[in-house]
Design a binder for this molecule. Structure first.
Ligand SMILES: [Zn+2]
Length: 291
């Protein structure tokens, strides 16, 4: 299924159907789901509660490459099966089809276990899922597959009342490494319970060179983001503060993808970063809405 605006109504209807069909939860998830916040899973995995909707970014992976946190079985099963606090998930976003951000097996299992969940992912990820033995053809109608050139943004779609925008920029290591991998930044805009705009962005394994973003200034300039999740190497850039505030147009950044052995530069810094499951940063209304 291609990424297109006409999908919005169908996605919304499916998301609603999924919510109402979900079994009642005994967990205090109702309490936490009223709080607009981003919460760490592991590596680049983040859960975002936004205006009553719940989204997961890069939540499941099967390769820790020896230096990243390893997902344990209870965590994997909770996400796949939708146990609190991963219950009532509306949509999963996959930034790119690398094993430390994505698992064809786990996502196929999650799509089977949670018939209301939407998946928004690069076509490369869908292809990998289709090539796995647990693929079911019925998943396709719940997948929004993103195919973009570098520097190209997709049309907006609506998922569970939120507006989703996608932009492809090069994967870290560009141009020598991973240039064939489609890495997608997702920007999600919603409205909080008080009617104020809130917005988060997740950048996958984006290469941090400012040139990739300045050439996409039209994408970033017109929408101030409250919380952007960046790979921690963004904080090593010269003038990282300006990159985040001005170029990416974000009020605050959270470093993700932090190795188990936290880099010394990060530990001694004032940057916010996630290293453990359940660390939470609240999403506040955007101070300077610019739309
Ligand atoms: Zn990667």
């Amino acid at each position: 299924m291609a990424y297109r605006a006409g999908l919005a109504a169908a996605l919304g209807a499916l998301a609603l159907a999924g919510c109402s069909a979900a079994p009642a939860s005994e967990a205090p998830a109702g309490e936490s789901s009223r709080v607009d916040a981003v919460t760490s899973i592991l590596n680049a995995g983040v859960s975002a509660n936004m205006g009553g909707a719940k989204f997961l970014f890069d939540p499941l992976y099967d390769n820790h490459f020896g230096s990243l946190a390893e997902m344990d079985e209870p965590l994997i099963e909770a996400i796949i099966n939708g146990s609190a606090p991963y219950d009532n998930v509306d949509a999963v976003f996959v930034s790119h089809a690398h094993g430390d951000h994505f698992s064809a097996e786990y996502l196929n299992r999650m799509m089977a276990a949670q018939p209301g969940v939407q998946l928004i992912a690069p076509a490369q990820a869908e292809e990998a899922m289709r090539g796995h033995e647990l693929w079911q053809d019925g998943f396709a109608e719940r997948i929004t597959s993103v195919t973009l050139s570098n520097g190209e943004a997709a049309e907006r779609i609506e998922v569970a009342g939120a507006v989703v925008e996608a932009l492809r920029t090069p994967h870290a290591g560009w141009p020598e490494r991973h240039s064939e991998v489609h890495n997608i930044t997702f920007r999600v805009s919603a409205t909080n319970a008080a009617g104020a705009p809130i917005r988060v962005m997740h950048m996958g394994d984006a290469d941090p060179a400012a040139q990739h973003f300045t050439m996409n200034s039209r994408f970033f300039c017109c929408a101030r983001t409250n919380v952007v999740m960046v790979p921690f190497w963004f904080f090593q850039q010269d003038q990282a503060g300006l990159l985040i505030d001005r170029t990416l147009n974000a009020e605050r950044a959270i470093g993700v993808h932090v190795p188990v052995q936290t880099p010394a530069f990060l530990e001694g810094s004032d940057w916010t970063y996630f290293t453990k499951v359940g660390e939470e940063v609240s999403i506040t209304p955007i101070a300077k809405p610019s739309e």
